[in-house]
Design a protein. Sequence first.
Length: 517
Amino acid sequence: MQLEDVAEYLPEISWTGFLGVGVALLATTIAFLVQRFELLGLLFRKVEKDSERHGGELVAAVLRAHGVKFVFTLCGGHISPVLVACEKEGIRVVDTRFEGNAAFAADAVSRLSGVIGVACVTAGPGVTNTVTALQNAKMAESPVLLLGGASANALKGRGALQDIDQLSLCKTLCKHVATVTRVRDIVPALRKAIYEAQSGVPGPVFLELPIDVLYPYKLVSDGLFPKSPAKSFGQKITNWYLENYLNRLFADAWVDQSLTPIIPHFPRHTPNDITEVANLLRGSQKPVFLLGSQVTLPPTKAQNVKAALEAMGIPCFLGGMARGLLGRNSALHIRQRRKDALKEADVVVCAGAVADFRLSYGRVFKRSSQVVMVNRSKSNLTMNTDVFFKVRKSVHGDPGCFILALSQALTRFSCPSEWLSTLKSRDFEKEAENRKKSRNLPQEHLNPLNVLYLTEEVMSENSVIIADGGDFVGSAAYILRPRGPLCWLDPGPYGTLALEEALLWVPSCADLIRTCG
């Protein structure tokens, strides 16, 4: 190769090779300086080696500050400090027989109370046993906090008991995953995790709590250092490293930190959104509301949403946690023949309702209908659009807040009474058919419809309905009438038929709501 040939390659070598080497050297230098300055910073941080306090106390303090009254668990050594501290803080620790049930129970409490549900499970198999429940909470949009034990930070990847990569496992199921590497990081990490669970589209989050950030200094120290004093130079170097590791782990562990909840963030509608939808409804003759679980989410109170819907007077179909929103015998609540109504409606407002399998992927809408989608999730706003139906207006915002604002914009609006009367008459007709079917079977057979009607008759006013099973829960949705908001719990869109076990521990679900809500 001639010199002039080498010159042709100099620019390429300069921009790729030299730049790459420079970036690598810079990154190495920064990492070196960060490590050295952190070690230097330990000289100015307080390490209370004789303190008997432990990280579980910090966890319990944060949970209490966020209004948590229940922690569901299956006890394990990795997480014992958390459970002991929660009990001392007055947080009820409910032991289940399976970690999955602990997470299901947290999901149920979250949906019924509006307070984040918390499950605390041991490392490894304890965390992996919650996978189905995490996906169920994700699809049900329930804010759930899963606290998982883990092997000590210093022993990860070294064959410790129940040591797996839990963060990678939970990353696909949770909105937010994180691990804690220092005791003083427990409080901010926990506050952030709860914030993430409740913000935007609510869902599950996972916070990993390694065993060495949960136990007192002395116990961690005894577990790391050998009983006999170091003799060899190598052992002394190892002990020096472990001493620095412990100092970093417990530095400023017990300094006062803010426990105040971080106000959750969620998308909000614009004034123009309200104006456009209000104009659509003013010009409609056959409007319908389809309400999903999101209308029951904080910050809007269910009773305020109910009042806003009653002020507008538009017929409503309720689904998910919205069942019961309008009470037992509301004149606006239409229970039967939803498909027929949607084939005639000229304006359909889906507030939290999603065009998934529950709405036949959008095939229930007629092509000429003006469909309005309101949802905290951007992906749900466009799900299956332009396949079987088109969206006239998409509003990325909280459905509850949207309904309140829409009601204020429609103060002089009056829904055509003929439309509401038509839908109500169909309700009565279908109800009569169901009553007739409930008496069809001979006496020696159990008729599920009759069971549901009998349950409806004897159910008290403070009952919470927990419905499970495929066809059976479908029938229950048409026959049983929740007495008020947040009095209905079903498997959710993931179809996990296990939630009924999650609340068997509750002596009175009404007491649960009064306690948590």
